[in-house]
Design a protein around this ligand. Structure first.
Ligand SMILES: N[C@@H](CCC(=O)N[C@@H](CS)C(=O)NCC(=O)O)C(=O)O
Length: 213
C-alpha cells in the first residue's frame, strides 16, 4: 500500500517540488492526476480537499496537506533522511530566503490562473503574456543568483540538496519552457545541473511523469 497520495500534474512546478521532496525522503506515493489543462483543480471533488483549487495536495498519515512548502515542511519534520534546511539558524534563514524567493516572489506571478486572467479578463495578447512571464522570471532569477552565489556549492546552498534546490529545479524547468535565457545565471545553472543528476530529482522530472494533453 502506498503511504501517500499526491494530487499531481506533470507540468505543475509546485507539484514537482513535492515529487522531489517525497523522493528525497524515500516516501512511497501514488499519483492522482488533476488535469490543470481541463480545469479539474476547480471542480468539487478536488476543491473539497484544497479550497484554493490549486495543486499539489498530499494525503498522508490521515492528513490532507496543501501548499508545497508546508508539505515539504511536514515531510522534513517527519523524516530525518536528507534534511531540507540546515540546523544553524543563519544558514536555515538563508536557505529559506532562497526557496521563498522562488515560491513567493517568482512562481505566483506566473501561475496558470494569473496568465489566464491577463489574457482573458484583461485581454492581453499572447506575446505580451509571454513577456510578462519572462520579465518576472528574469527579475527574480537575477536576485536569486546574487543571493545564492556567495554560499552556493555544487547545490544552491553548499554541497547537499536543500529546499532551495527543491524550488529552483522546477522553476528553471518552467523558465526553459517559456524560453527565458539563463546564461546570466551560472550559479543557478550549476546547482540545477547537479540536482537534476540526483536520482530523487531526476525521477520527479515532468518528462518522467504521465504526459497529458
Ligand atoms: N503556493 C502554492 C501554489 C500552488 C499553485 O499555484 N499550483 C498551480 C500549479 S503549479 C495550480 O494548481 N494552478 C492552477 C490554476 O492556476 O488554476 C504551492 O506552493 O503549493
Amino acid at each position: 500500500m502506498p503511504r501517500a497520495i499526491l494530487h499531481d500534474y506533470f507540468r505543475s512546478s509546485a507539484a514537482y517540488r513535492v515529487r522531489i521532496a517525497l523522493n528525497l525522503k524515500g516516501v512511497e506515493y501514488e499519483h492522482r492526476i488533476v488535469n490543470l489543462a481541463h480545469g479539474e483543480q476547480k471542480l468539487g471533488e478536488f476543491r473539497a480537499k484544497n479550497p484554493q483549487g490549486l495543486i499539489p495536495c498530499l494525503e498522508i498519515d490521515g492528513h490532507v496537506l496543501t501548499q508545497s512548502l508546508a508539505i515539504c515542511d511536514y515531510l522534513d519534520a517527519k523524516y530525518e533522511l536528507v534534511p531540507f534546511v540546515p540546523k544553524d539558524p543563519a544558514a536555515r534563514s538563508h536557505v529559506l530566503a532562497l526557496a521563498l524567493t522562488v515560491a513567493c516572489d517568482i512562481h505566483p506571478l506566473n501561475n496558470l490562473r494569473i496568465l489566464k486572467y491577463i489574457t482573458g479578463e484583461l485581454g492581453v495578447g499572447d506575446e505580451a503574456k509571454d513577456e510578462w512571464y519572462r520579465h518576472w522570471v528574469r527579475e527574480g532569477l537575477t536576485a536569486l543568483e546574487a543571493l545564492a552565489k556567495p554560499r552556493a556549492g555544487a547545490f544552491l546552498f553548499g554541497d547537499a540538496p536543500s529546499l532551495a534546490d527543491i524550488c529552483l529545479v522546477p522553476q528553471l524547468y518552467n523558465a526553459r519552457r517559456f524560453k527565458v535565457a539563463l546564461a546570466a545565471f551560472p550559479t543557478l545553472r550549476r546547482a540545477d545541473e547537479t540536482a537534476s543528476a540526483h536520482p530523487a530529482f531526476a525521477a520527479a522530472h515532468p518528462d518522467r511523469q504521465e504526459q497529458l494533453p
